[in-house]
Design a protein around this ligand. Sequence first.
Ligand code: ATP
Ligand code: MG
Length: 565
Amino acid sequence: MMNTKDENYKALNFIEAIIEDDLQEEKNEKRVHTRFPPEPNGYLHIGHAKSICLNFGLAKKYNGMCNLRFDDTNPTKEEEEFVDSIVEDVKWLGFDWEGRLFYASDYFDQLYKWAEKLIINGKAFVDDQSAEVIGDQRGTVTTPGTESPFYNRSVEENLNLFRRMKAGEFPDGSKVLRAKIDTTSPNMLLRDPVLYRILHASHHNTGDKWCIYPMYDFAHGQSDYIEGITHSICTLEFEVHRPLYDWFLDNLIETKYRPQQIEFARLNLSYTIMSKRKLMELVEGGFVNGWDDPRLPTISGLRRRGYTPESIRYFADKIGVARRDNMIDVALLEHSVKDDLNKKTLRVMAVLNPLRVVITNYPEGKVEEMELVNNPEDETMGSRKVPFTREIFIEKDDFMEDPPKKFFRLAPGAEVRLKGAYFIKCEEVVKDETTGEVIEVKCTYDPETKSGGPQSNRKVKGTLHWVSAQHGLKAEVRLYDRLFLDEDPLGHPDKDFQEFINPGSLKTVTGLIEPSLRNVKPFEKFQFIRLGYFCVDPDSKEDKLVFNRTVPLRDSWAKISGKGR
Ligand code: ATP
Ligand code: MG
């Protein structure tokens, strides 16, 4: 399933193999020029990230170039907000289009000229029939299509009608321009496809200049040609469009230079949906809190969740490029960010489900600054001071009144180490009189066991994280679980994917954080010792810290958050 290879030796993927052959044959003057062509009708997701990494990555590897091009041929679905978010996301992922940001709509004049050229050469005609009738005449996969009654209009009449379409003389849907390719072709897309339709709609880039708009197929290959693209990489569903891509170039251009379309398998991730249309349903239906909700696989959601560009690029590289559809385990994505954050983040202490501990033989009012290492994997990250006091909080989960045999944490009579501080021993348990719930634990500490002190290497069963009750900062902590309970939410034809939404995908708790985090800024990332990786949310303010859990340390973490999965 996964295309993992030896770290040091990586065979060429099939696209690289094609490129290397092309270079060998000196095709297109040995240029390599790719593009990433999003339609600005939603926010980018992790699938797009794969395509971005692939296109920009190939350009880099072969000393070529990669353009960013908005495929904005459909005026009714596209919005400026999406353009802006896409620009930001590609930049954030770490790629640079070096000023080559284009719009397919920049080419509307040239595309229009090419359409006239086809008409003049007897390769296109104006059809007065409705979309429905045209659809019916196309036939089916097993029956051939039939010719339109308007098929044999003269060149003059076609040209005249097409110009009048452009001039706005006809209402939406009353006429289309179609290519004359092959009414009976086994490839349905070649059965005289529509090239232009009438749409009296404003366009985000061209305003009200046009009331006819080219179809995707008529725009894409020619846009590649105009930009000098050599390798036009897209996902497998475009394989059947390739003969059309080539037909337009065959009939419109005379140069030796030719862009070539190459298809690869799109990224599918378990427990995840990736269609912009479906993501929009989740956003507009209020199932999530906006396009950057940390539960979504959008780039902006992943960024808010605490993913780094490096982890996403690493993931894209690891999964490789396949020719056939497959499903990647979302755990690999989670692993990628864990791996990256492990190297980069400070270890700090936070308690998410607090239980008060009073150390009865520790002087009241005393504060000791304990020195804790910031990242045991990286000495250069130094250390910091954490205040220790008589009253502290530990994780409720780290105490059990009647522990099973292998419980190595705090229990009546048991001794544990407090990370970077002292050993404590549980002497007494205080319970809520009505509920019987343990609300406080009274302990004693051994002064000889101070971290670095004479007894600090004494054998002890467990080490707990803690936060001073007096110094701890309150923080809202958002704990995320998978948004879907089913591995393949779109894989059930009889069910709506919304039925699989996990009602427990977001749990919010109020935790206590060590005071060194007082001045954190949005998007700063930390490891909360023993709990996982956390990222400061943009909602966070100095008087109300907000953290998102990026990933737990262990996958069976759910206990602390309550019920969990
Ligand atoms: P969606 O169906 O999610 O809206 P799309 O293919 O319609 O995706 P586009 O904006 O047209 O979105 O895609 C821009 C580029 O990203 C295209 O080249 C497309 O092939 C690629 N792409 C989209 N989804 C994926 C995916 N899951 N894996 C890899 N590449 C993808
Ligand atoms: Mg699309």
